[in-house]
Design a protein around this ligand. Structure first.
Ligand code: CO8
Length: 256
């Protein structure tokens, strides 16, 4: 059985489904490698403009594979070179939408936080329970969580290991929107479809500037934003978008 399923449910949208239901989609090494390979491939596929990442109706992902990690030593963990797989996702230039039903725990919550938009079902649960098994998050679960929900909510989640529900996650800024459980994937695909009609160069610049700017001073980030803004005036899509507006017609963006 394939642990990661790739589908193309609509034009310009790739759908990646985590598929290890017997282990609650635990992110073992083969699944991590498959994710990295698919993200690297989709990043270079000109037919794909948006990537949707999902699990199943019960679980997004329950974290790293505890069965595979229980007896590991530090060198085993180092040799996994996990950062390479995370980098393939973090560095993806195309928008990534996580469609989350059920548990997004540990590495699963970290995976969701690698996305740019998170659509969650009302019953979704987000948490970093690593502390309960004697470790701590190691793939951004501390830094990304704290930068997203702030110090006080992050510490509560990290030090108790207790998950929070979708509504609390939304209030904390960890989720883009909450919808009924049965509508999560459809909503994520609808958002993906809408973004896929946008000019790809502007989409890519927005993603790069937002993420790059988060690590910079405000002045540097504003400079980055200004330069990217100016650069987009070199694109055919800028001319097309503005003239289509003035001509009262739909634009046809070609990514040029
Ligand atoms: N790893 C391996 N197997 C798992 C995992 C997991 N993380 N989570 C669930 N499973 C397995 C169970 O062992 C069980 O298998 P079996 O039927 O063979 O006994 C099956 O999935 C179903 O699980 P449960 O019976 O426990 O299902 P429940 O519905 O009762 O509970 C929970 C669901 C709450 C999700 C529960 O399974 C749970 O707490 N899971 C562990 C969550 C956790 O601790 N995650 C953190 C792991 S550590 C981590 O992620 C560190 C990340 C660092 C870097 C990441 C690199 C990828």
């Amino acid at each position: 059985m394939q642990e990661l399923i790739l589908e193309f449910p609509q034009p310009a949208v790739a759908l990646l489904k985590l598929n290890r239901p017997e282990a609650h989609n635990a992110l073992g090494q083969p699944l991590r490698a498959a994710l990295a390979a698919r993200f690297a491939e989709l990043a270079c596929n000109d037919e794909v403009r948006v990537i949707v990442l999902t699990g199943n109706e019960k679980v997004f992902a329950a974290g790293a594979d505890l069965r595979a990690m229980a007896d590991a030593g530090p060198v085993d963990i180092m040799l996994l070179n996990n950062q390479r797989m995370w980098q393939a996702i973090a560095g993806c230039p195309k928008p990534v939408i996580a469609a989350v039903n059920g548990y997004a725990l540990g590495g699963g919550c970290e995976l969701a936080m690698h996305a740019d938009i998170i659509v969650a079902g009302e019953g979704a649960m987000f948490g970093q329970p690593e502390i309960k098994v004697g470790i701590m998050p190691g793939a951004g679960g501390i830094q990304r969580l704290a930068r997203t929900v702030g110090k006080f909510k992050a510490f509560r989640m990290l030090l108790t290991g207790e998950p929070i529900g979708a509504r609390d996650a939304e209030a904390a800024g960890l989720v883009s929107e909450v919808v009924p459980d049965a509508e999560v994937l459809d909503r994520a695909l609808a958002l993906a479809g809408s973004i896929a009609t946008m000019p790809p160069l502007a989409v890519a610049q927005i993603k790069e500037v937002l993420l790059g700017g988060q690590d910079a001073s405000l002045d540097t980030a504003l400079l980055l934003e200004r330069k990217a803004f100016q650069l987009l005036f070199a694109s055919a899509d800028q001319k097309e978008g503005m003239h289509a507006f003035l001509d009262k017609r739909q634009p046809n963006f070609r990514g040029r």
